[in-house]
Design a protein around this ligand. Structure first.
Ligand code: ASP
Ligand code: MG
Length: 441
């Protein structure tokens, strides 16, 4: 069995949705996971903001506008009047449901229910198209099997048991359609896997059914060797290991949700990234493979804050770092990068929600210095300790750029630097030139 996940742009309009019929694999049993139509989740977020602010007028206006877009989509998607009117009724039912939220108190539970409508709509409309074309398929409600536990982690056992039971009950079906992103929480309430979470759904499903392959279809030819938004002539990377892909996804490659690598890695299932607008391109395959030394890709993570603590008490002391880290632990703030000297330690964070409290607590240990607006530049690939020359190439490229922090040697897969946000473009381009163009010449 395989899993094919199509993101928002792959279902972005009627033509794209129809084009899925050319992309879905029917030679093997297949679970197709869909995101909401691109833009819908953002609009639903806006509606939830209207509802929190009790701005009923704005909420209703936004719902009307979105409903109109869906009426138009339905009109373009189906050929038969029969299917059109059936789908119009379906769209109306979803919006009648949404409008009821304007009449009650609005809480986080309602918010999650509103956000779930995007994926519920896209999958129901696609299932309708399959029916119109007489393609046999079953719509699997993700809310019947996708679940997170009390720690908000996927409940792997529950997902596996329930999904496999449902599949067994549909033993004669080869094609299934289900919603990405949405799930239930430990109390059975509607919840979600956070923004961009449809990739995570696909990989959790892949793990649960021990799929042969998980395909993630987007609108770009796989993971590129640098950020195409800032650097010209970036190239897709053909092969990545799970470790490399995880680092890249975390450090800013927008194409893949960072958590989605882990389930595939655990179950050792290849993840193939493909472009729905250009399906003949090979894309990127992420799998266990013998690594070849080299820097495969460069990524940048924005909005980084560096926290530096200086203390004479650190000299010859033990247990100092534990005390510092404990402060971050108390405020549930992950540290990304760390460098130390004998009397100082610098750490980078991207979640600054509790920065003030963290500062107050850290000041008990020494002088604290905060630098906002930094960016992590990560060079990802296979860079084992036995290889030489990589650091020198990186520093050579960055000769004109002031460097705030350096991290090398923590894993075999990453050289990271922190620089000022203002120098990001220059750094990404200079590194691209040095690391890839020189090789081509
Ligand atoms: N529709 C959700 C979002 O826009 C989930 C996803 O597309 O992955 O975040
Ligand atoms: Mg996405």
């Amino acid at each position: 069995m395989i899993v094919q996940k199509f993101g928002g742009t792959s279902v972005g309009n009627a033509d794209r949705i129809k084009n899925l019929l050319n992309l879905i694999q029917t030679d093997k049993p297949n679970i197709v996971v869909l995101s909401a139509v691109s833009g819908t989740t953002n609009k639903l977020v806006e509606i939830t903001e209207n509802l929190y602010q009790q701005d009923k007028n704005a909420a209703c206006q936004n719902m009307e506008a979105l409903q109109k877009e869906y009426f138009q989509l339905v009109d373009e998607l189906y050929d038969t009047e029969n299917k059109k009117s059936e789908a119009i009724e379906l769209v109306k039912a979803h919006f009648t449901y949404l409008k009821r939220f304007t009449e009650r108190v609005f809480t986080i539970l309602q918010e999650k229910a509103v956000l779930a409508q995007g994926e519920l709509l896209s999958t129901a409309l696609f299932q309708g198209l399959l029916e119109e074309r007489s393609i046999n398929s079953v719509l699997l409600p993700a809310l019947d099997f996708m679940r997170i536990d009390k720690n908000l982690d996927p409940d792997e056992y529950y997902i596996k048991e329930n999904l496999n039971r449902i599949l067994k009950n549909n033993a004669n079906t080869k094609l299934f359609v289900t919603q990405g992103y949405i799930c239930r929480n430990a109390y059975g309430e509607i919840d979600n896997l956070k923004r961009g979470g449809s990739d995570y759904t696909a990989s959790l499903i892949g793990q649960a059914i021990q799929a042969e392959e998980i395909q993630i279809w987007t609108d770009i030819d796989g993971l590129h060797n640098n950020d195409p938004r800032y650097v010209k002539n970036t190239q897709p990377v053909a092969n990545l290991s799970f470790e490399e892909a995880a680092e890249l996804a975390y450090y800013g490659a927008k194409i893949l949700h960072p958590s989605s690598i882990l389930p595939a890695k655990k179950a050792d299932i290849p993840v193939r990234l493909k472009n729905s607008l250009n399906p003949n391109r090979p894309g990127t395959i992420i799998q266990n493979s013998t690594p070849i030394p080299g820097i495969k890709a460069i990524a940048a993570k924005d909005n980084i804050t560096v926290v530096r603590i200086k203390s004479d008490r650190m000299l010859f002391a033990y247990g100092f770092l534990r005390k510092v880290f404990e402060v971050f632990e108390i405020y549930k703030t992950p540290i990304d990068m760390i460098t130390t000297s004998e009397v100082a330690v610098s750490m980078s964070i991207d979640d600054t929600t509790h920065l003030n409290d963290i500062m107050i607590d850290l000041k008990k240990f020494g002088q604290v210095e905060i630098t906002p607006n930094q960016v992590i530049i990560a060079m990802v690939g296979y860079i084992p300790h036995s290889e030489k020359g990589y650091a020198s190439k990186v520093f050579d490229a960055l000769l004109p750029v002031p460097i705030h922090m350096i991290s090398y040697g923590a894993s075999n897969h990453n050289i990271s630097l922190i620089i000022d946000q203002n120098n990001k473009l220059e750094a990404l381009n200079a590194l691209h030139l040095k690391l890839y163009r020189n090789n081509e010449a």
